[in-house]
Write a protein that binds this ligand. Structure first.
Ligand code: UT7
Length: 310
C-alpha cells in the first residue's frame, strides 16, 4: 500500500512583510533578495503562534476532506519552532479539533525535511495500526529564532503552516532518506536558551541542496522503478527558487511539473511542502488520480523523497 492525499489546508499570519519594508531597517534591497532567492515577501507572526497556525491549517484540511474528526487516527506534526518545548503541537491539534483521545499525536523534528519524514511516519501508523486517516502537518514560527539584524538569514524565512489528510491506497509506497550528521552548515541552539538563533552558511547549504535534491529525485524514482515522465508534479521544499530552477534544468521537458511558490512566503521550512500542495490543489494543478514526488532537504543535513497519490 501507499499514501493518498485526500485534502490539504494552510494557515498564514495576517501580516506580510515585503522586501522593500525589510530594506527600511536592514542593509538590503529587493533586487538582491529577489534575484538570488525569488522571494518578494514573507508572512511574520504578530498575534499568531506556531500552535494557532498549525490548528488552523489542520482544521482547513479536515474541512476540505469532509472527514469526521473521529476518523482521524493519527496527527503528526513536523516543526522545530513549537511555542513550548512540550507539550507537542500535535496534541494541541487533537484537542482543538475535537479528535478522539485514542488519536496518536506527536511531533517530529527534522527541520526542512520534516514534513517528508512525518508523511513516512504516518504511513507506518496507517499500515500497522490499520487507521483510516491521518493528519500530517508542517508548522513553523521561524521568526522567533531569526536574528532580524542578520541580513544573510532573516530575509529568507517566513512563518506558516500547511496540513494534509492522508489515507491508504493500493499503490507501492516509495520513500528514500539520507542523513549526513552536519551541524555547521545550518543550526539553532535549543529554543529557550540564550543562543536560540538560526545560523547558516548559505553557500554550503546551496551547494548541498542542489545535489541533494537531484539525488533524492533520482533515487526515489529508481526505487519506484518508473520513469520521471509518469510523475504529474514534483513538489520540492521551497528554500530558494534558484535551487529548484537549477535542478529542474536537469530534467528537460519536465520543467513545468516543478512547482515554485516561494515568492510570497519565503522559506517556511517544514510547512513549505504542504503549503505548496494546498495551493496546487486549490488552483487544480493537482487533481484526483495524480502521482506526486515530494522532496525535502535541510539542516542535519538530511534529504528525503516520497511518492504520494491524490
Ligand atoms: O531550507 C534550507 C535553508 N537554506 C537554504 O536553502 C539557503 C541556501 N543558500 C542560498 O540560498 C544562498 O546562499 C543565499 C541566498 C543565502 C545567499 O546567496 P549567495 O549568492 O550565496 O550570497 P553570499 O552569501 O555569498 O553573499 C554575497 C554577498 C556578501 O557580500 P560581500 O561579502 O560579497 O560584500 C553578503 O554580505 O551578499 C551579501 N549579502 C546581502 N546583500 C544584500 C548577504 N545577504 C544580503 C542581503 N542583502 N540580504
Amino acid at each position: 500500500m501507499g499514501i493518498k492525499i485526500v485534502s490539504a489546508g494552510k494557515a498564514l499570519p495576517s501580516y506580510s512583510m515585503s522586501n522593500e519594508q525589510m530594506s527600511a531597517f536592514l542593509d538590503t534591497d529587493d533586487e538582491w533578495i529577489y534575484s538570488r532567492t525569488g522571494i518578494k515577501s514573507r508572512y511574520i507572526c504578530r498575534e499568531e503562534t506556531c500552535v494557532s497556525l498549525a490548528c488552523r491549517a489542520a482544521d482547513r484540511a479536515l474541512q476540505n476532506a469532509g472527514v469526521k474528526p473521529e476518523d482521524i487516527g493519527a496527527v503528526i506534526v513536523a516543526t522545530t519552532t513549537n511555542d513550548y518545548a512540550f507539550p507537542s503541537v500535535a496534541c494541541m491539534i487533537q484537542a482543538d479539533l475535537g479528535l478522539p483521545e485514542e488519536t496518536v499525536a506527536f511531533d517530529i523534528s527534522a527541520a526542512c525535511s520534516g514534513f517528508i519524514f512525518a508523511l513516512g511516519t504516518a504511513y507506518g501508523y496507517l499500515k500497522n495500526n490499520d487507521l483510516k486517516y491521518a493528519l500530517v502537518v508542517g508548522a513553523e514560527k521561524l521568526s522567533r529564532i531569526l536574528d532580524h539584524t542578520d541580513r544573510s538569514t532573516c530575509v529568507l524565512f517566513g512563518d506558516g503552516a500547511g496540513a494534509v489528510v492522508i489515507s491508504k491506497d493500493d499503490h507501492k509506497h516509495v520513500h528514500k532518506s539520507w542523513s549526513r550528521g552536519n551541524r555547521e552548515a545550518l543550526n539553532c541552539k535549543g529554543i529557550g536558551t540564550d543562543g536560540a538563533r538560526l545560523n547558516m552558511n548559505g553557500r554550503d547549504v546551496f551547494r548541498f541542496a542542489t545535489s541533494a535534491l537531484r539525488q533524492a529525485i533520482d533515487e526515489t524514482l529508481k526505487a519506484d522503478g518508473e520513469d520521471i515522465s509518469l510523475i504529474d508534479a514534483i513538489v520540492c521544499h521551497q528554500a530558494n527558487a534558484r535551487i529548484i530552477e537549477n535542478v529542474m534544468k536537469k530534467y528537460p521537458g519536465m520543467e513545468s511539473r516543478f512547482f515554485i511558490n516561494i515568492e510570497q512566503y519565503g522559506n517556511t521550512s517544514s510547512a513549505s511542502i504542504p503549503i505548496a500542495i494546498e495551493e496546487m490543489m486549490q488552483s487544480k494543478r493537482i487533481t484526483a488520480g495524480m502521482k506526486l514526488l515530494c522532496v525535502g532537504f535541510g539542516a542535519g543535513l538530511t534529504w528525503s523523497g516520497l511518492i504520494v497519490r491524490t
